[in-house]
Design a protein. Structure first.
Length: 409
C-alpha cells in the first residue's frame, strides 16, 4: 500500500533541476538525493566535473536521471557549442552538490573553465551551493572570503554540518542532511514570501505520558504532518517555531525546533511561545490521558490493576483558543464517526479559525503515512473535502488557506 501511494509524492511538480556534482567524497550521497527528486516528480540533469567522476560514475547518474550525464563543453567538434547556454536555460534551479572549495572559488572569481562553472555564468535561475569539505578547508581564509562573496552575490546555501568527516576528523564540513537540501530546493522553487514577518507556531507528533520507569501511554503519531506544515510556513518565509513530541524527524536549521516528551511539557512550551506568535497550528496528537501518579519503581504485573489510575491531560488547544485575540488558530480533528459534526463542535468549543478533519481508518490517512485524506472546515461554515494527497501537499494547501484568510481580514 505504501508503495502505490508514493505516486502522490509530487514535491517537485515537473520542475527542471540541474545537479552539478564536483569532486569531493560527499559525491557518493548525490545519487540518493537525485533519486528523491526524481521520485517527487522533478526532472534532473546531472553535470559532472572531471574530479566528480572519480567519486561517482556517470553511468549511475545517467541511470537515475534517465538523461545523458553532461561533462564536456565540446562533445563533438562538428556541432554548435552552446551546451552551457542550453543547460542553464533548461534549469528552473541549479543545485551544486557537493560544492568543493575549488569550484566555489572559481565561481566567486568569475572563472569558467569547465562546463559547470561556465553554465553558472550563464544561469539566471537560482543556484544553491551545498558545500562539503574538511574542517580545515572550511576555516581557510580564502574559502571564507569566497563564501562571503557568493552569499553577497545572492547565491543560496545549505550550510555544511559539524560531524564525523570522511578523513576521520570531527568538525564542520559534512554535507548537509538530505532533508535540508530538498527543503531548500523546494523553497527556492516554490516560495513566494507570503508570510514574511509573521511568526508561526506549529506542534507535531505524539506525547508520551510516563507510567513508570519502563512504560508510557502514547499513540502512533510520527510528526510527519506537523513537520510538513512547519516547512510549508518556512517556505513562505515565516519565522517558524516547531514544538514536537518524540520523533526521529528533523528539519531545516532556520526552524526553531523544541523537542518535548509529555503533554505537560508541550503545554509549557506552547504557553511560553504563544504571546509572540501570529499563527498557531496544533497538529500534535496529544495524549488525552496520563497516569495520575508516576510510579518511581516498575509496576509489577501482579499489582498493576490496583495501582494504575488515569487522569485527563490539559487540552492545550482549548487553552490557546481562550487566548486567541488576533491570532489565527488551526486545529486538527481525528474522528472515526460523526466526523463533520464532531469536527465542527471541536472548532467551536476550542475557538478555532480552521479545523482539519481526518479519519485514521480511511486508507492512506493514518498515522505514519506520507499521505492524508482531509476535509478543511472554517469558522464561516466553509468545507473543502480534499482527495488523498501527500502530507506535504496538504500542508501547502493549509498554509495557503492561512495566507488567504489573513488577506481577507
Ligand atoms: N489537543 C490538544 N490537547 C489535548 C488533546 C488534543 O491540544 N490534550 C488538540 C490536538 O492537537 C488537535 C485537537 O486538539 O488539534 C483535536 O484533537 P483530537 O484528538 O481530535 O480531539 P480531542 O480534543 O482530544 O477530543 P476526543 O479525543 O474526545 O475526540
Amino acid at each position: 500500500m505504501r508503495r502505490c501511494l508514493s505516486s502522490l509524492a509530487t514535491m517537485f511538480e515537473n520542475k527542471n533541476i540541474l545537479v552539478g556534482v564536483t569532486g569531493g567524497i560527499a559525491a557518493y550521497k548525490v545519487p540518493d538525493i537525485i533519486r528523491a527528486i526524481r521520485k517527487n516528480n522533478g526532472n534532473v540533469r546531472a553535470v559532472l566535473t572531471a574530479s566528480a567522476a572519480k567519486f561517482v560514475t556517470p553511468l549511475t547518474l545517467a541511470t537515475l536521471t534517465e538523461q545523458p550525464v553532461l561533462m564536456e563543453m565540446f562533445i563533438d567538434e562538428s556541432r554548435r557549442s552552446t551546451i552551457h547556454i542550453d543547460s542553464a536555460r533548461w534549469a528552473d534551479a541549479i543545485l551544486i552538490c557537493p560544492a568543493t572549495a575549488n569550484t566555489m572559488g572559481k565561481i566567486a572569481h568569475g572563472i569558467a573553465d569547465n562546463l559547470l562553472t561556465t553554465l553558472i555564468m550563464a544561469a539566471t535561475s537560482p543556484v544553491i551551493f551545498c558545500p562539503a569539505m574538511n574542517k580545515k578547508m572550511v576555516a581557510n581564509t580564502f574559502y571564507q572570503q569566497n563564501l562571503k562573496k557568493l552569499q553577497q552575490a545572492g547565491y543560496h546555501f545549505v550550510d555544511s554540518e559539524p560531524g564525523e568527516l570522511a578523513c576521520g576528523e570531527f568538525g564542520a564540513g559534512r554535507l548537509a542532511d538530505k532533508i535540508k537540501i530538498l527543503a531548500r530546493l523546494r523553497k527556492v522553487l516554490f516560495g513566494n514570501q507570503r508570510l514574511v514577518g509573521k511568526k508561526v507556531l506549529v506542534t507535531a507528533g505524539r506525547t508520551e505520558e510516563k507510567i513508570d520507569p519502563v512504560r508510557y501511554i502514547s499513540n502512533y503519531s510520527t510528526g510527519k504532518m506537523g513537520f510538513a506544515l512547519a516547512e510549508a510556513a518556512w517556505i513562505e518565509e515565516a519565522e517558524v517555531t516547531l514544538i514536537t513530541g518524540p520523533t526521529e524527524l528533523t528539519t531545516v536549521d532556520e526552524i526553531k525546533l523544541i523537542r518535548v516528551e509529555s503533554s505537560e511539557q508541550m503545554m509549557t512550551a506552547v504557553d511560553n511561545a504563544l504571546p509572540t506568535h501570529d499563527v498557531v497550528v496544533m497538529a500534535a496528537a496529544v495524549a488525552d490521558f496520563k497516569p495520575k501518579h508516576f510510579q518511581e519503581q516498575k509496576i509489577k504485573k501482579s499489582t498493576a490493576l490496583q495501582t494504575f489510575e488515569l487522569q485527563q491531560t490539559t487540552d492545550i488547544l482549548k487553552t490557546v483558543g481562550e487566548k486567541k485575540g488576533e491570532k489565527i488558530i488551526v486545529g486538527f480533528a481525528i474522528e472515526t464517526e460523526n466526523e463533520l459534526s464532531n469536527a465542527e463542535k471541536k472548532m467551536r468549543e476550542k475557538n478555532l479559525d480552521f479545523i482539519i478533519l481526518n479519519n485514521p481508518n480511511v486508507l492512506g490517512a493514518g498515522f505514519g503515512y506520507d499521505t492524508n485524506v482531509a476535509t478543511i472546515l472554517d469558522r464561516m461554515g466553509g468545507r473543502e473535502k480534499l482527495p488523498l494527497m501527500s502530507k506535504k501537499k496538504l500542508a501547502e494547501i493549509i498554509i495557503n488557506k492561512i495566507v488567504d484568510f489573513r488577506k481577507d481580514r
